[in-house]
Design a protein around this ligand. Structure first.
Ligand code: SAH
Length: 349
């Protein structure tokens, strides 16, 4: 496979350009692209193309597949957490969730993460590497193969910071959105960032109709810097200014994620501060009872505290939801499955 390129890293324009350069007509690019998303695992399965052309493609490209290393299924609902291994041995998590409006997958964008949020397990071993768009595609395709059904919604909220792997993530979104490929509407895609401000401005220019989610977790700079080091580089007002530009230009509302951590950011004053910060904005707040992470002393806020927090925000006219805890029995915080896997490997060595 040396020197061959994973064909899933190419979008339709890349494939068409390659074939045009080799002297084939443009429509061949569309045909090949469609075959990839019929999930072939070998170019010999391509039916409507000349043999010499298929041989040439097989000589230059390979079709990458991820391996399901582990699958953890909830006993309460249909949520399943997958550990997917790529061909260099690195593994990431993806979570399948079932909602009334369809199936959704939460996918990872990096192996590990370098953002260092104090409550997050993905960051424990630092950043290992970026995922390519083809690997992100495989997170969807491997799960679709497993469940023999199609996915309708994608959230980029697994391990990694999507805006720290910007180009591959945008390419990935454009590929899954392509009507000739998976045809997942941008309105069915949510991208979540810890607040890498320059990339928020870049994202506005992409003119994609995805939902933008911002991990806020505190409305006060000192507290936010303590739990999210990215805040030392891009503070809250810079994040909010970028979000206002986003809502102004796209007319789409922003989702603010707020993980409620007992005695850290769940007091009434925290809710008032958040209310003051966000009031009047085109936005929605999603409260997440924090997942405990091994080795970290954080615990979930009490149910009453969460409800009170919601009420305060609603008093400021801010639409607020509490995230449903799907698969609560397998609800190890994002990144923990991979962490355990690494520990297992280390134990064996
Ligand atoms: N890096 C991106 C996307 C990945 S995290 C981001 O920061 O938005 C997806 C969401 O899960 C973020 O809102 C993140 O802050 C949150 N999260 C991380 N660890 C968590 C935990 N232990 N409990 C609850 N939510 C957590």
């Amino acid at each position: 496979m040396i020197n061959k390129i994973n064909i899933k890293n190419l979008d339709l324009a890349d494939i068409s350009n390659y074939l045009i350069e080799k002297g084939y007509p443009k429509y061949r690019g569309e045909q090949l692209f469609q075959w990839i998303y019929k999930d072939i695992d070998d170019f010999s399965q391509v039916k409507n193309m000349p043999k010499d052309m298929i041989d040439m493609i097989a000589n230059d490209f390979y079709i990458d597949r991820a391996v399901i290393e582990k699958k953890q299924k909830s006993e309460y609902d249909e949520t399943a957490k997958y550990l997917l291994k790529f061909n260099d041995g690195n593994a990431v998590e993806a979570v399948l969730m079932h909602y009334e409006h369809g199936r959704s997958i939460c996918i990872s964008t990096q192996v590990g993460c370098r953002m260092n949020c104090s409550f997050c397990a993905s960051t424990l071993g630092g950043l290992v590497r970026n995922l390519t768009c083809g690997e992100m595609l495989e997170e969807i395709m491997a799960i679709e193969r497993d469940i023999k059904a199609k996915i309708s919604n994608i959230v980029l909220m697994g391990s990694g910071e999507p805006f720290d792997n910007y180009d591959e993530v945008i390419k990935f979104i454009r590929i899954i959105n392509d009507p000739k490929g998976m045809n997942i509407g941008t309105r069915h895609i949510t991208i979540s960032t810890c607040g890498v401000v320059p990339r928020i401005y870049d994202f506005i220019k992409e003119k994609l109709q995805c939902t933008l989610a911002i991990s806020l977790h505190s409305a006060e700079n000192q507290r936010r810097s303590e739990i999210m080091p990215v805040n030392k580089k891009y503070d809250i007002l810079q994040v909010i200014a970028a979000c206002k530009q986003y809502t102004g230009e796209t007319k789409r509302r922003v989702t603010f994620e707020y993980a409620l951590i007992k005695d850290i950011n769940d007091a009434k004053e925290d809710a008032c501060e958040l209310g003051n910060l966000l009031k009047g904005m085109l936005c929605h707040v999603n409260l997440i009872p924090v997942n405990s992470v091994e080795g970290k002393a954080y615990s979930k806020s009490e149910r009453n505290t969460i409800n009170d927090f919601k009420e305060v925000l609603e008093g400021y006219g801010i639409e607020t939801t509490i995230r449903r805890e799907l698969g609560s029995d397998i609800d190890a915080a994002c990144g923990q499955l991979r962490q355990k896997y690494i520990e297992q490997i280390n134990d064996h060595n």
